[in-house]
Design a protein around this ligand. Structure first.
Ligand code: ZN
Length: 423
């Protein structure tokens, strides 16, 4: 199947200047040639005219929970089938918002991913972590209340939510090894651990350090031996130091960073994956959490992120785009608001680069476990997946344009058009 996209004003994901009047030849889902003029090719199956639009790489979100379509307590009451069916709605709408690839950092999206990759349902490419790995009493010990926790002796997955495979508990080196290998066996492209306290959990203080060095080291060694990397949920400064020293390569949230941690990130090629808009939305009570404790924790995170953004900027840290939305389709619909936050902190060009080529580079760190090794992500060049968007206006000059998904007129993934709302 050959597709020609012509008359493109092209943002390639890396260079700020647009290239005008480009034609992109797509063969079997991959870009094979870019002509710097209007190419006239006879033997193509489909020609798509991009005149009047900026063509940009498909967006990438490095911190999703794509199979979580409601709050944790509500999912706890659902059957696995209900969770799976609902996740297809989240995935379809995510693709329509322009996200052609996502990294999932904790949700059982196994069936969803197979169904998307087989063409049964529309959705982004998924780099799955499957069950996020947490210590008992850690951030992802989501047994919903102390009563469930008191039933611990009956088994470590003693809540429907955890039995569904979104999160898993592991304590001690042997269990950490087993749970890590279980996720790799399932097809995880990287492993997600919870290395410190969190804002969306009731019982663990934000400042806690979770997992001992021995446990963390065992997980990192296992994943590194398989050619991939570990990402860790972390807010507290001391937990970040330990994570970097033990070989974690992607710090999720990385909220209470200081100069010391920032320079450690720089020296060790460690990525940070903050979510600026989500913290703002929660602080403004625009995402329901159901507990005042959780709002207070998140407000503290929001304040910490202000300083963190300054450090990311000052040290020029590798910073990926991520949103961390958990909830109904209405909650997930706020995904693109992160673009306005990134514009505020980093400017439009750096913000869009974070959501395209930068996050593409992070996802490719899955190495031997990369589920889509055939082509490049987050860029538009020969040898890249034909994942591209036609946007009304130039988001490289004004990133607020991407905050409104209605400005994304065409979504193409792997050379196939999944959304076309051009007038
Ligand atoms: Zn998360």
């Amino acid at each position: 199947m050959k597709v020609l996209v012509k008359n493109a004003a092209l943002f390639d994901g890396e260079n700020e200047a647009l290239r005008h009047d480009c034609s992109l030849l797509v063969e079997d889902g991959v870009i094979t040639k870019i002509y710097q003029y209007e190419a006239v090719l006879e033997d193509v199956d489909q020609t798509i005219d991009a005149a009047g639009y900026t063509v940009i790489p498909g967006l990438i979100d490095a911190h999703t929970h794509i199979a979580l379509s409601d709050s944790f307590d509500k999912i706890d009451l659902m059957t696995q089938e209900e969770v799976a069916v609902r996740s297809t709605v989240i995935a379809k709408e995510m693709l329509e918002r322009g996200f052609t690839s996502v990294r999932d950092v904790g949700s059982n999206c196994y069936g969803l991913k197979q169904s998307i990759d087989n063409g049964f349902v529309p959705g982004p490419r998924i780099y799955p972590s499957y069950a996020g790995i947490s210590q008992t009493c850690g951030h992802a010990d989501y047994r919903q209340n102390r009563a469930q926790r008191s039933n611990f002796n009956r088994g470590i997955e003693d809540s429907s939510f955890m039995r569904q495979g979104h999160l898993i508990l592991a304590d001690g080196v042997p269990e950490c090894l087993k749970r890590t290998r279980d996720q790799i066996f399932k097809g995880a492209s990287q492993i997600k651990v919870f290395g410190g306290g969190g804002a969306s959990s009731l019982f663990d203080p934000l400042d806690t350090i979770q997992y001992t060095r021995d446990e963390l080291r065992a997980i990192v060694e296992t994943v590194t031996n398989y050619g991939s990397y570990v990402c860790s949920h972390i807010h507290a400064q001391p937990a970040m130091k330990i994570a970097i020293e033990e070989g974690v390569k992607s710090l999720e949230h990385a909220t209470f960073m200081d100069d010391e941690v920032a320079s450690m990130c720089l020296d060790n090629d460690v990525w940070v994956v903050p979510q600026y808009a989500t913290a703002e939305l929660i602080a403004n009570r625009m995402i329901p959490l159901g507990s005042e404790i959780l709002y207070q924790k998140t407000e503290r995170v929001g304040k910490g992120l202000l300083k963190q953004a300054e450090l990311v900027d000052k040290y020029g840290l590798k910073c990926a785009f991520g949103t961390d939305l958990v909830g109904t389709p209405e909650v997930h619909a706020k995904q693109n608001m992160e673009f306005s936050a990134r514009k505020k902190y980093f400017g439009s060009f750096r913000g869009i680069k974070q959501a395209t080529s930068d996050t593409g580079e992070l996802l490719k760190m899955s190495g031997l476990l990369d589920p889509y090794p055939e082509a490049k992500l987050g860029v538009l060049c020969p040898g890249a997946f034909a994942d591209m968007l036609f946007v009304k206006g130039n988001p490289v000059a004004d990133l607020d344009i991407l905050a409104n998904p209605d400005n994304i007129k065409v979504v193409m993934k792997g050379g196939a058009v999944f959304k076309d709302i051009r007038e």
